[in-house]
Design a protein around this ligand. Structure first.
Ligand SMILES: [Zn+2]
Length: 379
């Protein structure tokens, strides 16, 4: 009897010792690791200072991330079945901590099956292009397949950030990642531009004229991808501008799309009728710091631009925007919709935002800064 009480005491001491030595954070990690991967994910809702957990579900989840600063940039995280995909990691090197905090809740195995780097602009690849002393996304996550731009503009190769990108990328390749340029994805006979993600989901690298020809702007070198689940299509064109969009329509049989990530942050140079008339988007997500003077002082050309609004209004009023500029000089910004998560289950698509569900047309910013297109007046 005494012997068994002694054994129980020893066991209790061991359990307490383990809990204490794990520490509270590690213990929570440990508990998280035990949770079944049921396709549900917790997203922290911190809009308006309110911390609240919301749960998103879906065979496909597409997350448009806020980047933790007043600068415009792109970072799209996609969960498709059990595959984790990252398209871009802007806007600044300092965004890495914001992106990592978000990704770490979803990518618990620290492995990204696909990383797509659309083009060599800081607001898209800063998170991959760090100095040696700073951990890039490539350092923080094991990347299985890297797909990046096939062209750069002249002079780019001498720039420090580009050299950083090549060094960080090549280190990941040396560690075992497969690397293809977008052109190689399209031209490789086995890949034929298409990656099968399982569960009927495919990731297609679309063909583009500027994978093979130098453009005057880096934007037109953007890697363009389409995600499809058999029922719906989801289009990502990076910062492709009008010439690139014309060629994209010529070179690919583009279907109608459920979701379109607004090209070039809702710039007046992108989302042209030539593309929109073919894809006829139902949901549009704009990754930008809304109304910021970062690129221009002219109000109507600040993202999302009046020209973009007028063209998109023909097809949909379901337009969402990540972040809002409050006072650029004072570094003040806040969430507009916040992190925008588009989920699809059995073809049913829903949009869940971390801060607000308000459509662009119904926001105070829109009322103060944009003319309401006639199509949106009646809705
Ligand atoms: Zn950009």
């Amino acid at each position: 009897m005494k012997n068994s009480i002694f054994k129980m005491l020893i066991a209790l001491i061991l359990v307490i010792g383990t809990v204490v030595s794990l520490g509270s954070c590690e213990l929570f990690d440990y508990i998280d690791a035990l949770k079944p991967d049921g396709g549900n994910d917790v997203v922290e809702n911190d809009g308006n200072g309110q911390k609240q957990d919301i749960v998103v579900e879906g065979d496909i989840q597409i997350h448009f991330l806020e980047l933790g600063n007043k600068y415009t940039g792109d970072c799209t995280y996609i969960k498709a079945g059990d595959k984790d995909i990252l398209i871009d990691a802007g806007s600044k090197v300092s965004s890495i901590s914001t992106i990592n905090e978000y990704l770490s809740k979803h990518v618990t195995d620290k492995k990204l099956e696909y990383v797509i780097v659309t083009h060599a602009h800081e607001d898209h690849y800063a998170g991959f292009a760090t100095a040696e002393t700073i951990d890039s996304i490539f350092d923080l996550y094991e990347c299985e397949v890297i797909i990046d731009f096939a062209q750069i503009t002249s002079g780019k190769a001498d720039q420090k950030m580009y050299k950083n990108y090549i060094r960080e990328r090549d280190a990941e390749i040396a560690a075992g990642a497969k690397h293809y340029t977008a052109a190689e994805c399209v031209q490789d006979k086995e890949i034929d531009g298409r990656f099968d993600l399982g569960d009927g989901i495919t990731l297609t690298v679309l063909d583009s004229y500027y994978y093979y020809n130098a453009a005057s702007s880096e934007n037109d070198h953007s890697v363009c991808t389409m995600l499809s689940d058999g029922k719906n299509n989801y289009l990502f064109t990076g910062d492709l501008e009008v010439k690139g969009e014309e060629k994209l329509v010529e070179m690919n049989e583009l279907p109608k799309v459920k979701l379109y990530k607004a090209g070039h942050h809702g710039s007046k140079t992108s989302s042209n009728e030539v593309l929109l008339s073919v894809i006829q988007p139902e949901i549009v997500c704009v990754c930008c710091c809304c109304g910021s003077p970062e690129y221009t002082q002219t109000n109507e050309n600040q993202f999302p631009t009046q020209a973009f609004v007028d063209r998109i209004a023909v097809y949909t009023d379901k337009v969402y925007v990540t972040t809002l500029c409050v006072n650029y000089q004072e570094d003040e910004f806040t969430s507009m919709n916040g992190n925008i998560i588009v989920c699809a289950t059995d073809g049913e698509v829903t949009v869940t935002c971390s801060a607000s569900q308000t459509l662009l047309k119904d926001t105070e910013w829109f009322a103060a800064n944009r003319k309401m297109p006639s199509q949106w007046k009646s809705q």
